[in-house]
Design a protein around this ligand. Structure first.
Ligand code: DLZ
Length: 162
């Protein structure tokens, strides 16, 4: 497992004056709450460490991952939000809904991203087991919420030619 984002803050391309203006939305699924709360903490803390103030991180929850697409649209359509992060967890071995949910979310957020011309970052864990989810939510493979936050910052920097 690579560590491309192992130090997301260090890799942030943002200058301190610009980061003050950045506003990021996070939409978190409540299903598999233990996992998604850990992803949320990772994403939120990464944005704070990068210099974004609390009031510029707009957070909302949805019941399950299937609802992440609409939740991302609620945030993406707000003019003053620069990027949206979706966070969820669908465990393959535990649900027959797996393919339906994952495909719907990946296709849905792509549409939202292109429609509103802003990054919608895919922070949906799709592991085979609960343990694999834990490993990616602050465990041995890091925290994919942190990676999602770092990706959002990189996309905003890319948009701005930084
Ligand atoms: C129904 C369902 C199932 C079985 N499994 C999961 C899951 O593993 N992860 C998740 O985020 N959501 C799950 N859901 C809920 C759906 O995402 C959705 O909330 C409901 O089908 C209602 O639309």
């Amino acid at each position: 497992m690579g560590n491309y984002h192992s130090n997301p803050v260090k890799h942030s391309l943002y200058d301190p004056l610009l980061i003050e203006k950045v506003r990021i939305g996070i939409v978190t699924s409540e299903w598999n709450r233990e996992i998604t709360e850990a992803l949320f903490s990772g994403a939120f803390d990464t944005l704070i460490k990068a210099g974004i103030s609390k009031q510029n991180i707009i957070c909302t929850n949805v019941p399950g991952s299937f609802e992440l697409t609409l939740g991302s649209q609620w945030l993406a359509k707000q003019d003053n939000i620069d990027a949206v992060i979706i966070l969820g967890c669908v465990i393959q071995g535990e649900t027959r809904h797996f393919e339906f949910i994952c495909q719907a979310v990946s296709q849905g957020i792509t549409q939202v991203s292109l429609k509103y011309d802003k990054p919608v970052i895919f922070g949906l864990l799709t592991p085979d087991t609960h343990q694999q989810a834990l490993d990616r939510a602050g465990g041995k493979y890091g925290n994919k919420g942190e990676e999602a936050a770092a990706t959002a910052l990189k996309m905003i920097a890319g948009r701005d030619g930084k």
